[in-house]
Design a protein around this ligand. Sequence first.
Ligand SMILES: [Zn+2]
Length: 461
Amino acid sequence: MFPLPEADGRTVDDFPDHTSEMAALRTLGLPVNGFLGTALDAAGVHAHLDDLQSRRDALDYQIDGAVVKVDSRPQQVALGSTAKAPRWGVAYKFAAEEAITRLRDITLQVGRTGVITPVAELEPVALAGTTVSRATLHNWDELARKDIRVGDTVVVAKGGDIIPKVLRVLVEMRTGAEQPLPPPASCPVCGSPTVRREPEVALRCGNARCPAVMAGRLRLFAGRDACDIDGLGGRWIDLFLERGLVKGPADLFALDRETLAGLPGWGGKSADRLLAGLERARRRPWAAKIFALGIPQVGVSTALTLARNHANIDKLIEATPVSLADLPDIGPIVGEQVCAFFTADDGRELVDSLRAAGFFLAEEDLPPPPVAVGDNWFAGRTFVLTGTLETMTRAEARAAIEALGGKVSGSVSRATDVLVAGAKAGSKLDKAQELGIETVDEEAFARRLADGRDGDAGKDT
Ligand SMILES: [Zn+2]
C-alpha cells in the first residue's frame, strides 16, 4: 500500500475506513473531492447519487458518474479483489444527458487524411450546460444503420467526450418529407471521386492534392504539438492555399518577406513573425517533426517512441513493420501504416520536399539562427535619425536598423515610432517631443543595436 509522508508513516491499513483516510489526505493538503459522503443503506447511496446528478451542470468540471465504495477497511479486506478490480467499489455511471431536436442538414467534412465525415447540423438545443448545434455522425455505415435522414427528429447526447452525437431517430415523428443522404460519389471540396479502402469503413477523397487535405496537413504541421509555428493560423493557411502560395508544408519555407507583407491583413510585422516561426520550426525536437508529417495513426506519443528509436529521417524510412512491431506501444497496424506512409508517393514527396527545405537537418548542421527579427526592439518600427552621430554614419545606422527589421524615414510624423537623436538635434527633436514619440540618444541606440544583434529578444530595458 502507498505510504503517507514520513512524518506520519501510516498506510491505508492504519485507517478504520475510507472516510477517515480521505480526511487525513485532506489535512495533508491533497485535493479531495468535496462531494464525498457516506450512506448507511442503498437508499442513502441513491439519494447521494441523485443529489450529485442534480449538481452536475453547476460543476466547473465534467463528471460522468461517481464511485460507490464500502467504507469500512476491515470489510474491504474481507471482500478482497478480483484480478481486475476490488470487490468493494463500483463505478456508477449517470445516464448520458439527452435532448431532442431536429436535424436540419447533413454536411460533409474532409479531414487531413481525406476521410469524409458526415456532420449533423441541428436546431440549436440545450444539452449538459451548453447549446449544441452540430453533432458527429461518424461515418456512412453508422448513418445507414441508424437510418438518419435530413429533417428527422433525433435524440442527441453527450457521451464521455465533449463532442455530442446523434443517438437515434424518433421514427414516429416522421412526416414522410425526410430525405436519406447517400454516401457522396465525389469529394465536396474538390469534386474528385471518393474511394473506400477496404477493410476501412471510411469514405475518402481520392485526390492527394485535395485542398481540404492540404489545409488539414498544413494545420497539423503548424500546430502546437508539431512545428508550433507562431503566426500561422487556419485562416492564413486557407489564404495561402487560395492564392496558390503553398501546396504543402515544405512550400512554407520558400515564402518571402515581400510576398507575405503584401497579403491582405499582413504587413512587415506579421511577415517577420511567420519567418521567425518557420526558422524555429527547423529547430523543433525530432519527435515533433515526426508528428508534423501527419503519418496516419501516429500521435504525439507514438512519434516520441519513433524518435527515440530512430536517430534521423533516413533511419526511420529504413524501418520495417517487423522492426517497428518490437517497439513499445507500436503494434503491427501502426507499424504497417508508418512503412506504408514512407513508400507511398505523397509521403515520399513530402519527405523529399521537406528535406530540400532543410527541415530534417540536425540542430548542429543548421546555420546559426539569424536574429529573431520578429522579436527585437527594432522589428516593424519606424525610425527617424537626427543630429550628429559620433560612432557611425547615418548610412551605417540606417543599415543596422533595417538589418533588424526596422524602417527608417526622413521626417517625423505620427507614424514615427522612435527618434534617434544625435548631438545638436534640432527641429525634429522638438516635433518628436511634441508628438510624444519615444526618443533615444546615441548611447541608448547603440545599446539597443548590440542587444538586437545578440538576439536579445524583446529585452525592454
Ligand atoms: Zn477532395
